[in-house]
Design a protein around this ligand. Structure first.
Ligand code: NAP
Ligand code: ZN
Length: 346
């Protein structure tokens, strides 16, 4: 076993505690990573506070991990000690189902094993990246391209792939009129990627406060959803809308903004079921869909794409001891645009 330090949550209401944890010994196909940075994704908060009802305590959150390889198993071929690597939202899958064989491990029919709050193959609950070390099978490790620093790369492991995958699947490009709802951690990376793909990007945000940033990230238009005129003006305009908001918003008002055959993709994950007005779907043969991160090959492709196009997260690096305060800031929407923990402070 390998000793590591971590920040752990013991219940939905308890404060984080600094503690010692054990990582499994490095097996033949395993990579030992010294974690340098971990992004604070809103999913960490949903999970730790049990907003999705699936929390198993204690939890060490964190699935936007970057670090340096410090050990490898005897059969590892793709990584060497000293390599800069990342780990995203999942660390194992069955490897045999159709989803796994086609590089869509996140949709593994046996159930993908997430980086934290999942039962691993060894029967132990997985512990995530608010930690100093992690051991991961090499298949689930990706390489951080040279052009990307480890702090600004970390959020790409979840936020980046969460947007890249649907943008590829729904063919964002010059002929696509695209809107992204919510300029948070996921949204701000999504705007940059969609712009690089050549799409005409509109940001729909609650107020005008993030307009200048949206344009800096590559959006050509910006509308405040608090303005009642916005929805009337944009009716039927978009081929594709990606909603990153998990708060309780009326999805039907966004369906109305879709053109004929348009698709609304939900990546924000609300606590409660949403109500769909079927007439809004039928009216313009619209579709509503969801999307969950992306497979390992696609995650590597996304990282390489971001490095080539100068895309990264706008981050604020914080000490691990600040995590409680940071959660409150994120909940209060006081984040520009991703907090990243310096794991050297754990
Ligand atoms: P975040 O940084 O907190 O951003 C969420 C954004 O939603 C905010 O910046 C804000 O944008 C908007 N928002 C917040 N409260 C709102 C409200 N009451 N009404 C309307 N808009 C509101 O969160 P994130 O890390 O980007 O994650 C967003 C969601 O995606 C979370 O539910 C997370 O769990 C989920 N997620 C899903 C996947 C996936 O694979 N499907 C992966 C990662 C995360 P404006 O200020 O611009 O309005
Ligand atoms: Zn995440």
């Amino acid at each position: 076993m390998i000793d590591a330090r971590a920040y752990i949550a013991k219940s939905a209401t308890a404060s984080f505690e600094k503690t010692e944890i054990s990582r499994r010994a490095v097996g033949p196909l395993d990579v030992l990573i010294d974690i340098k940075f971990v992004g604070i994704c809103h999913s960490d908060i949903h999970t730790v506070r049990n907003e999705w009802g699936d929390a198993h305590y204690p939890i060490v959150p964190g699935h936007e991990i970057t670090g340096v390889v410090s050990g490898i198993g005897a059969s590892v071929t793709r990584y060497q000690v000293g390599d800069r690597v990342g780990v995203g939202c999942f660390v194992d899958s069955c490897g045999e189902c159709n989803a796994c064989r086609t590089g869509q491990e996140q949709y593994c029919t046996e159930g993908v094993i997430e980086t934290y709050n999942s039962v691993g193959r060894d029967g132990d609950w997985t512990l995530g990246g608010y930690s100093t070390k992690i051991v991961v099978t090499e298949h689930f490790v990706v390489r951080i391209p040279d052009g990307l620093a480890l702090d600004i790369a970390a959020p790409l492991l979840c936020a980046g792939i969460t947007m890249y995958s649907p943008l590829v699947y729904w063919k964002a490009g010059p002929e696509k009129n695209l809107a992204i709802v919510g300029l948070g951690g996921v949204g701000h990376v999504g705007v940059q990627i969609a712009h690089a793909m050549g799409a005409d990007v509109t940001v729909l945000s609650q107020s005008r406060g993030k307009e200048a940033d949206s344009r800096r990230f590559g959006a050509s238009s910006f509308y405040a959803t608090s303005n009642p005129d916005t929805f009337a003006r944009l009716r039927g305009k978009f081929d594709l809308i990606i909603n990153t908001v998990s708060a309780d918003i009326d999805i039907n008002t966004y369906l109305e903004l879709l053109a004929i055959n348009g698709t609304l993709v939900l990546v924000g994950l609300p606590e409660k079921p949403v109500e769909i007005q079927v007439f809004e779907l039928a009216a313009n043969r619209r579709s509503i869909a969801g999307s969950m991160v992306g497979g390992i090959v696609q995650t590597q492709e996304m990282l390489d794409y971001c490095a080539r196009h100068g895309i990264h997260a706008d981050v604020q690096v914080v000490d691990a001891g600040q995590v409680e305060d940071i959660y409150e800031k994120i909940i209060a929407n006081d984040v520009r645009y991703r907090y990243v923990i310096d794991c050297g402070t754990i």
